[in-house]
Design a protein around this ligand. Sequence first.
Ligand code: NCD
Length: 306
Amino acid sequence: MRSLIDIKDLTTDEIESLIAVAEDIIAHPDVYAHKCDGKKLATLFFEPSTRTRLSFEAAMYELGGHVIGFSSAQNSSTAKGESVSDTVRTVSCYADIIAMRHPKEGAPLVASRRASVPIINAGDGGHNHPTQTLADLLTIHREKGGFENLTIGLCGDLKFGRTVHSLMTAMSRYAGTRFVLISPEELCIPEYIKSEVLDPQGIPYTECRELEPVMHELDILYMTRVQRERFFNEADYVRLKDTYILTEEKLRTARENLCIMHPLPRVNEISVSVDDDPRACYFKQVLYGKYIRMALILKLLGEANV
Ligand code: NCD
């Protein structure tokens, strides 16, 4: 039985197969409409979510399956003091697959050791978010035609942004990847990403504080929200939250084929006027997230040859 806790749990070939299945679902949705008839997905969300939870639910419905779950810890027996292990052991009795989001790093890994059905990490604290990465990869594949020789600018909260950590881990596997890491000093990329992901693979990267001087170098600009819920003090959040606001003006020197991404939710980091720019890909990312989660559910349930 396979779970997806970290993007490294998938080989490069498996990621490519998932992308191929997602592309096939986009082209022939009818073929997949009953693949999960009679199956149940449980969404256990101990932290807020709009896209991840609802895209998992939409994905399961579009495969013909059913969904059960809760969308906040307060609505579950967690509020009575139940452990994650006991919760997933319980839910394993009701569902065929579980998507789980939790504020504690490592909680989905612990859950996967106690569950008798596959667990999908839908975000664990400031650590990882592998299914957002799959959505990001499908977006990059569709927009850029592949993964090689891309200069990727990641901008904003690189310390607590879990989507950043998983995306960097995934993209580090491809030849010619280069990262430009744009953040305030306090929100720079964690040391372990450098020592465990970048350095061993010899991935070139630069760190800088300002976006505009590096804009022209980028194939992809991945904007992120400052992760308010991970801050110890509100004053630091207020000081840092508007460090980078992407505007049309700042895109003046950007490449014509730049791909602007954001895992969403957006707070203030991208001006709404950028939404009409043909280079804005963040709402496409939302849609692709549903298709790639359909492919992932099929894979983990053994319903697809991926
Ligand atoms: C992200 C997350 O939850 O980490 N959102 C998402 O799942 N698309 C990004 C964020 O909350 O900033």
